[in-house]
Each structure stands twice: as structure tokens, then as C-alpha cells.
Design a protein around this ligand. Structure first.
Ligand code: M6R
Length: 622
């Protein structure tokens, strides 16, 4: 995914466009660029690297001033990472500049046609067809930039959000979207602006307008925002209070977004459960799905589709629903499900889980589920995101905006939502064991304090991270509810520390992965609290120990012993002692350990924690 920012004002917009791009950095940071309308013509500057590098170049060149400009942070899809492939892209006559998120599926054909008509292309991107189509429309009688953008977008197929400026139309930005998010806003200090996500305009917008699919919006100094085909009053009626506040996006005293998001989990999870869980009467309320609760409870089966971290949260969620509500649940990788032939119908429920609510693989999977007639629900963190809009009902995580590429608080929020959903379905369907459900509800209400306690292991975890930072591989083992957390831990370590980390079910070790164990290989083991499972996991610990592997045990009791009487301390190189919680909530309560471990490893190795190589926060292409 990429980031778009644009602003028109009577005052200079250059500093706020650059600040907006810094805020959008997490959406893509391989290259960045700006285009400003200046009296002498179009000012264009593009750079490989994050927004802060572009800012430095602007400083060296002497900041221009402008009252209208657009900018873009890129995560490369079509065309490699280079200055000429960075956005904005210009039309052949260099009078139109465009920034674009998404993919133009028919760009090859359009490009060939435009080249035949004499247009010159300077990049390898799909985007470049857009400024050329706009140029062509303007040359062929389009009465306004808005008409030209309408004409241009009528030719393109695919998902897009675009913002367009032209030196022949001063102080106007025209933007359009289909599938990719775009939000416009009225600034508290005058002028209008737009961005690909609300967080980027949180400190500037007094009110916001979320653009719908196939809508075109014009931003002008004189008359603010106008949606094509709607009168001014209708446009103004759609203005809303922003849902993201400036304090939600502030970094505070933390050095990285990831650290902030890990260490504020007690607060974010308190928001997830607030007014939803009542331990006094053992009740759970999820307003977003009340309307469809009975249909969910009566369904034939639930399928959960998700990617990455959300997929691992879904694995824990499936186990929770099956165990508490005794309903069949399958979890599918969204990218596989979208192109499978699932047995689905009206009696089925499909839940899409996505922090961003923008992941294209999940969107495609949910589209298929809808076509097959299933009831489609969403669990997402982002208000009015594409997934939130396309589902019949859903639950928001409420953990606040997540910026670090490595997802942390969203994972704990997702599992917490699944725990609440499991309890709700158990009660609604009068299934499961009531006392088990009530006890889970009590424990859910204690999640913030338990997570707080887990965070106290920070120093130990950081010390361990420093000790093992130079290992060439790392293994994670889990069983039952510990397995999704082991998988999540391995993903975190892989993506931000670039250490080859893999997770296995503890019982799977002896069926192959044990070949990887040699002296010194660190093996992180999530030790269950359930006595039966614990015995099994401790025997895997012993298998690792006796082959010289260095066990890093995550356990609620350092003296727990296996069948042979040896304690976990006897067989482990390290024990991270975490608070006791029933295994059902271990993925939430123990999540900070694997998150802090990944963070500690990445920091010890000098990695860019918030901007790991090759990644972007969410993946809006298939
Ligand atoms: O926004 P989503 O939850 O749909 O994103 C899914 C994955 O792309 C995401 O979890 C990814 O794996 C993270 N970088 C993991 O930390």
C-alpha cells in the first residue's frame, strides 16, 4: 500500500504536505515525492527512501512555497524502487501531476494506446497512464479538471485512489477512488486537505468526509469540498467528526511506534473490552453484531479468513469458539480461500479479520463468500475501512491506530475480541459449559492488568534478546493455545529482525524439525498451564535440551516439572516467568513476551524497527 496526501489553502501548504507524508510513512517508505503548483510551473521532487530523506533534500534546495500540492509515499508494485518510478507522475506535457494508490489492471493496453497517440512515458509504473489520460481529456474539451478526471477514470479498471493537480487549474485538487481508501477534510486553520488515511490528517482536520467508491471530489480554496454530481448541501451533510484524534497518533516518549504499541497494550485492551464485558453478571455485549447474533449462533459453520498476524489471531479465535461455543470453525489463509471452491451457502458465516480493513486478499475472500450467500462479518481496527463497509456486521478492535509494520496491539485486540465472541456465542446458543464461559468472562475483564504484569518481564526479555541476537535461526514451539502465539512470535522475529524464525507445534518437533537443533540454537517454548498439555510440551523441551538447543521457556512457574521430575529451570537456558492465566487467554496475555523479544532482537541488530525492509503496513494488492 502507499500513502496519499494533498492540501489546498490560502497559506503555504508545503510544510503540512511534508509532515503529512512523514505521518503516512508507515504505508510505504521505499520512495516518496511531492508536486506543488507554483506561479512558474509545476514543482516536482521525488526521492528514494522515506519521507524524512525527501524533507532533507527540500531543506537543502530551499523549501518552495505553494498553496496547492500533493504527495505520495510508495511501496513498489509495478516498477522497481527508483526516483523515476516514485510518485507524483507527470503527463507527457508536464502540466498534470498524479499520485495513485492501487493497481490499474488494464494499464498495458492503455499505455500502448497512449504511446501510439504520441504520449511519452518515463516510468515503469501503471500509474503513469492516469496523468496522460487526464492530459488527453483536457486537450479534447474537458471543461474542468474534474471532468477530465472523470473521463480518465472511466477508462481504468482496478482499485485506485488518485489525486490530481494541473498547472492550468490553480488551487484545485481533484481526487477519485475505487476500493482504495481516501478521506478529505476541512482544516481547522483554513483550507481543505485529503489523505489515504485519517490518521495523517488527525491534527489538521476539524471535520472529515470519507469518499465512497467511484466518487470524485474537488478540493478548492473558495468553496471547500464538492462531490461530483451532488449539490453543496449534500456534500456538507456528509462531513463527520474525525474518529482519530491527534493524541492517538502522537509517539509520546517512545522511540519507535512498535515500542509504543507494545507497551500501551494494557490501555488499548482496556478500550477493547470497555462496556462490552461485565464480570458482575458474566455478560458480554458486542453491539456491532447483535442484529445478526442469532443467525451466527444457528449457522452450520464459521470460516475465518485473514493474513499474517490476523491469521494467527484467527487460529486462536477458532479454538476459542470451538471450545467455548462448540461450533465448527475453519481458518483459511485469505489469499488461498479467494481462489478456492469453498462449500458455502446461506447457512454459513464467514468472518474476515484485518487490522487495516484494507488487505486485498481478505477483501477478495469476502467477496467470494458474499457471492456464495454466506453471512459475512468483519473484525477490524479501522473505522469505515473497505472491509468494515462491505460486511453485514462486525466488531471493531478499538485498540487505536496501529502504525508499526509489525502488528502487535492488533493481535492482542483480535484474540480478545474472539474471546468475547466465543463467550457470546456460547451463551446465545446455550452451548458449552456455562461455568467455563463465566470464568472466561471474568478472565477477559482482567486482561489489561495481566498484560501489564507480563510487560514487567521487559528487562529479562531484552537481555535474552541481546544474548541471542546473532543466532542464524530461531525456533518457536507451542501447543494448544500456545501454537498461534508461537507462530506469531516467529513472524515478528522474521519480519523485523530478519532472523530465520519458524514455529512448530511442540508435538511436531520429533517429526522433522528436530533435525535443526544443534548446540546453541535458541528455541522459544510457550509452556501451557493446562497440566496435560504441559507434560507433553516439557518432554519436547527435554528433546531440545538433550541435543544442546537453548530453550527459552515462557512459563508461569519456573519450578514446574516434567514426567522425569526435572523442572523447567533445569532444562532451559532461560525462563521468562509470566503471570498465570488460563490457556484460552495465553495468546493475549503472553503476546508481549514474543513482541518484546522481536523488538529487542531487531534493536540489538540495528534494524529499522518501524520500517523493516520490503514491507508495508498493509497489503492492498493481491
Ligand atoms: O491489516 P491486516 O491485519 O489485514 O494485515 C495482515 C498482514 O499483512 C499483517 O498482519 C502482516 O503480516 C504484519 N506485518 C504482521 O506483523
Amino acid at each position: 500500500m502507499c500513502g496519499i496526501f494533498g492540501r489546498v489553502s490560502t497559506k503555504d501548504v508545503v510544510p503540512s504536505v511534508v509532515a503529512g507524508l512523514r505521518q503516512l510513512d508507515y504505508r510505504g517508505y521505499d520512495s516518496v515525492g511531492v508536486a506543488f503548483l507554483r506561479p512558474e510551473g509545476m514543482y516536482l521532487l521525488r526521492n528514494v527512501g522515506p519521507a524524512v530523506d525527501l524533507e532533507r533534500r527540500l531543506q537543502l534546495k530551499g523549501f518552495p512555497t505553494s498553496t496547492c500540492g500533493i504527495g505520495h509515499t510508495r511501496w513498489a508494485t509495478h516498477g522497481g524502487v527508483s526516483e523515476r518510478n516514485a510518485h507524483p507522475h507527470l503527463s507527457s506535457n508536464e502540466r498534470v501531476a498524479v499520485v495513485h494508490n492501487g493497481t490499474i489492471e488494464n494499464y498495458q493496453r492503455l499505455r500502448t494506446e497512449l504511446i501510439a497517440l504520441g504520449h511519452v512515458f518515463r516510468s515503469d509504473t501503471d500509474t503513469e497512464v492516469i496523468p496522460n489520460l487526464v492530459q488527453r481529456a483536457l486537450e479534447h474539451g474537458a471543461a474542468s479538471l474534474e471532468d477530465a478526471v472523470a473521463e480518465a477514470t472511466s477508462h481504468i479498471h482496478g482499485a485506485y485512489a488518485v489525486a490530481v493537480i494541473s498547472i492550468d487549474h490553480p488551487n484545485v485538487i481533484v481526487a477519485a477512488r475505487n476500493s482504495s481508501p481516501l478521506v478529505a477534510g476541512m482544516c481547522t486553520d483554513g483550507g481543505v486537505l485529503l489523505a489515504s488515511d485519517e490518521a495523517a490528517i488527525a491534527d489538521l482536520a476539524g471535520s472529515i468526509l470519507r469518499l465512497g467508491d467511484n466518487e470524485i471530489i474537488t478540493l478548492r480554496i473558495q468553496d471547500g469540498l464538492t462531490i461530483r454530481g451532488q449539490d453543496k448541501r449534500a456534500t456538507l451533510a456528509r462531513l463527520q467528526q474525525p474518529s482519530v484524534r491527534a493524541e492517538d497518533v502522537a509517539l509520546g516518549d517512545f522511540e519507535t511506534r512498535m515500542a509504543q504499541e507494545i507497551f500501551t497494550q494494557p490501555l488499548s485492551l482496556a478500550a477493547t473490552i470497555r462496556s462490552r464485558v461485565n464480570p458482575k453478571d458474566h455478560s458480554v455485549r458486542l453491539g456491532g453484531i447483535e442484529r445478526v447474533l442469532q443467525r451466527v449462533s444457528d449457522c452450520r459453520g464459521i470460516t475465518i479468513v485473514a493474513c499474517g498476524t490476523s491469521y494467527y489471531a484467527a487460529l486462536a479465535g477458532a479454538r476459542l469458539i470451538e471450545s467455548l461455543a462448540r461450533m465448527p470453525v475453519h481458518v483459511k489463509e485469505a489469499s488461498e480461500f479467494a481462489y478456492s471452491d469453498p462449500i458455502l451457502g446461506y447457512q454459513d458465516v464467514v468472518i474476515g479479520v484485518s487490522q487495516s480493513g484494507e488487505t486485498m486478499d481478505v477483501i477478495k475472500a469476502l467477496e467470494l463468500a458474499k457471492v456464495r450467500g454466506a453471512l459475512v462479518l468483519g473484525i477490524t481496527n479501522t473505522n469505515a475501512s473497505a472491509i468494515a463497509r462491505m460486511v453485514s456486521a462486525g466488531v471493531y478492535l478499538r485498540v487505536g491506530p496501529e502504525f508499526a509494520v509489525a502488528s502487535t496491539k492488533a493481535f492482542s485486540g483480535q484474540v480478545t475480541v474472539f474471546a468475547m465472541l466465543a463467550a457470546l456465542l456460547a451463551e446465545a446458543g446455550k452451548r458449552g459449559v456455562p461455568t467455563k464461559t463465566w470464568s472466561l468472562i471474568d478472565d477477559i475483564s482482567r486482561i489489561p492488568e495481566l498484560v501489564d504484569e507480563t510487560l514487567l518481564t521487559h528487562e529479562t526479555v531484552t537481555r535474552i534478546a541481546r544474548t541471542y541476537a546473532h543466532c542464524k535461526r530461531m525456533l518457536f514451539l507451542g501447543k494448544g493455545y500456545g501454537l498461534p502465539l508461537a507462530l506469531e512470535g516467529a513472524l515478528k522475529v522474521t519480519e523485523i529482525a530478519y532472523i530465520d524464525a519458524t514455529a512448530y507445534g511442540a508435538g511436531q518437533l520429533k517429526h522433522g524439525p528436530i533435525a535443526l537443533i544443534e548446540p546453541g540454537v535458541p528455541v522459544v517454548v510457550i509452556v501451557p498451564n493446562d497440566a496435560t498439555l504441559r507434560t507433553k510440551v516439557l518432554s519436547s523441551v527435554h528433546e531440545v535440551y538433550s541435543r544442546g538447543g537453548s530453550v527459552i521457556a515462557v512459563a508461569s512457574d519456573a519450578v514446574m516439572a516434567g514426567e522425569d521430575g526435572q523442572t523447567i529451570t533445569d532444562t532451559s537456558a532461560e525462563v521468562i516467568v509470566v503471570p498465570y492465566v488460563k490457556d484460552e487467554l495465553a495468546p493475549v496475555v503472553y503476546a508481549p513476551v514474543v513482541q518484546m523479544l522481536a523488538l529487542g532482537l531487531a534493536e540489538a541488530l540495528g534494524r529499522n524497527v518501524d520500517q523493516p525492509r520490503n514491507l508495508a503496513k498493509s497489503v492492498t494488492v493481491e
